[in-house]
Write a protein that binds this ligand. Structure first.
Ligand SMILES: [Fe+2]
Ligand SMILES: [Fe+2]
Length: 347
């Protein structure tokens, strides 16, 4: 007999459900009755966007990459550096979801989305591996960049400290201090890693698509960007719900701490962009990326009901179109059906 199931005929009531610190008063195994309908909707939307990397042909990319005239040296550097960042960044995010966030978010509706997010991160890791392998890049060079290239190391170090903070022995999420540390982690990953640190790389890589190069890699990155945009929106909705249920933590001082954390992240991201684009490619330069990073940082702050810090314009309006990409506009229309057929077992 297990002691972990509370034996009772009491039924779970939505009013008792919370995002964190349910402490088994509300059984984590009971999805229904659903209190957080938004979390369930995110889960359904994410499932509707399902895709797999190997469905996308890399043939054209491979031919272009092998052609000595296909890319300039600066362009090859930009591509390799961004693949270097992304190849390990999604692993860091996935580990944080599974080992850190999942442990403390004990609401079943939110966990249902986290199960899905973890799988999507596995798909993203797979996708970068597939791109790197297809282009026959030196995996020792690419996968080790986060330990060798300072601008990548700095971003990852910033994130991994946040994971360590809440996975170390003795951490608890009931005290005000503990709840703040948990929010630092959630904002550090959902607003900063997935909402800011990924964006220079997305702009740089997707720019090649605009010159009809790296089309296979870019198709996958468009789907990743759409997934990441959903992760971020889910995460920040969850953060707002936690604040709503734990108003004691959202002091002016703590809000300022969050704004400062986001400003620090913007600088790390700008340093990364500068490092990737020392002399500019494809009409991009690090000043334009700075403007873009500041623009999106303001959007993340607004989403958290915090004051905008920059007031910069969006120099890449085409990025918004990609984020809003609907499955009806691309191959998903047919692929979704194929999943349903392909998923039927033959006996
Ligand atoms: Fe991801
Ligand atoms: Fe993500």
């Amino acid at each position: 007999m297990t002691e972990s199931i509370r034996k009772t005929s009491d039924k779970v009531s939505v009013d008792e459900k919370k995002i964190i610190n349910n402490d088994k008063i509300v059984d984590v195994n009971q999805l229904v009755p659903i209190k957080y309908k938004w979390a369930w909707e995110y889960y359904l939307d994410a499932c509707a966007n399902h895709w797999m990397p190997q469905e996308v042909s890399m043939q054209k990319d491979i031919e272009q990459w092998k052609d000595p005239k296909g890319f300039t040296d600066d362009e090859r550097r930009v591509i390799k550096r961004n693949l270097g960042f992304f190849s390990t960044a999604d692993t860091i995010v996935a580990n944080n979801v599974v080992l850190a966030i999942f442990k403390f978010v004990d609401n079943p509706e939110c966990r249902q989305y986290l199960f899905r997010q973890a799988f999507e991160e596995a798909i993203h890791i797979h996708s970068y591996q597939y791109i790197i392998e297809s282009l026959s890049l030196d995996d020792g060079e690419i996968f080790n960049m986060y330990r060798e290239v300072k601008s990548i190391y700095d971003k990852d170090e910033f994130e991994m400290k946040l994971t360590e903070d809440i996975t170390r022995d003795g951490f608890e999420s009931r005290s005000t201090e503990g709840k703040k540390k948990l929010l630092n982690n959630l904002i550090g990953y959902y607003a900063i890693m997935e909402g800011i640190f990924f964006y220079s790389g997305f702009v740089m890589l997707l720019s090649f698509n605009r010159t009809n190069r790296l089309v296979g890699a870019c198709e996958q990155i468009q789907y990743i960007l759409r997934d990441e945009s959903m992760h971020m929106n889910f995460g920040l909705d969850m953060v707002k719900a936690i604040i709503e249920e734990n108003k004691d933590i959202w002091t002016e001082e703590f809000q300022k701490e969050i704004v400062d954390m986001i400003k620090e992240a913007v600088e790390l991201e700008c340093a990364y962009a500068k490092d990737c684009l020392p002399s500019g490619v494809l009409g991009l330069n690090s000043d334009m990326i700075r403007e873009y990073i500041q623009h999106i940082a303001d959007r993340r702050l607004e989403k958290l009901n915090l004051p905008k810090q920059y007031g910069s314009d969006n120099p890449f309006p085409w990025m918004s179109e990609i984020i809003d990409l609907r499955k009806e506009k691309n191959f998903f229309e047919t692929r979704v059906t194929e999943y349903q057929v392909g998923g039927t077992l033959e006996w």
